[in-house]
Write a protein that binds this ligand. Structure first.
Ligand code: BG6
Ligand code: MG
Length: 221
């Protein structure tokens, strides 16, 4: 039986994937680097520094930045991002998520957040969801970032559940890879074409219900 649901934060619980995009877009514009929403899909779920490297790889004339300059650029992006998320309120929780969390409690499920963000606790605090999850694992607690399974495995370990009896929910390609590498059942939120490696793909969080997921799980097992 299913024991736990482990959620990505940005783009699954709330639309901070958009704030990350807007902050990177501002940096790209300043540096005159072409940066599209389509390319931004590659940055989802990816750590701040790796995202920066990906963004810089799009420059028409590549520049060799020192480690210090890279650090400054990453901090600049983070300042823009933090300013953008100052406005976040509980009403910004994505559709269906509060209902799902309540239903998971009724079903006796354990729940966790597995986020690649160092701002995860800030976002969760602004959403007033501090007590909504049994466990929160953020970027500060892990060495290897998605697509490495570490953050999902750490969450399962802290929840004391079997990865094979856990559902991971993600909006990022790298995130779904991490869930599968952890041996979990992967639910992707997004476009079908992007997630051939997921066990279940849903167009939006409003379709993310206990019955939809548990039926798909039963069909697979
Ligand atoms: C992930 C986001 O949750 O966190 C990425 O999907 C982001 O877009 C990553 O780069 C790191 O976030 P932060 O807040 O530590 O820069
Ligand atoms: Mg995400």
């Amino acid at each position: 039986p299913i024991q736990a649901f482990i959620f990505d934060l940005d783009g699954v619980i709330t639309d901070t994937a958009e704030h990350h995009y807007l902050a990177w877009k501002a940096i790209a514009d300043e540096l005159h680097i072409p940066f599209t929403r389509q390319f931004n899909e590659n940055l989802k779920g990816v750590s701040r520094m790796d995202s920066l490297r990906l963004l810089l790889s799009q420059a028409e004339t590549p520049v060799d930045y020192t480690a210090e300059q890279l650090e400054e650029l990453a901090q600049w992006k983070n300042r823009i991002y933090q300013e953008l998320i100052e406005q976040i309120i509980p009403a910004d929780i994505l559709p269906g998520i509060p209902e799902l969390l309540a239903e998971l409690k009724r079903q006796g499920m354990r729940t966790a957040i597995a986020s690649a963000s160092k701002n995860a606790f800030t976002v969760i605090g602004r959403l007033k969801l501090m007590d909504a999850f049994d466990v929160i694992v953020d970027a500060a607690e892990i060495k290897n970032t998605k697509p490495d399974p570490e953050v999902f495995l750490k969450a399962a370990e802290l929840l004391q559940v079997e990865p094979g009896c856990s559902i991971g929910v993600e909006d990022a390609v790298a995130g779904v890879q991490a869930i599968k590498a952890a041996g979990m059942f992967a639910v992707a939120i997004g476009a079908k074409e992007a997630f051939s490696h997921a066990d279940l793909v849903l167009g939006s969080t409003s379709e993310l219900t206990w019955s939809t997921v548990s039926e798909a799980w039963s069909a697979r097992n």
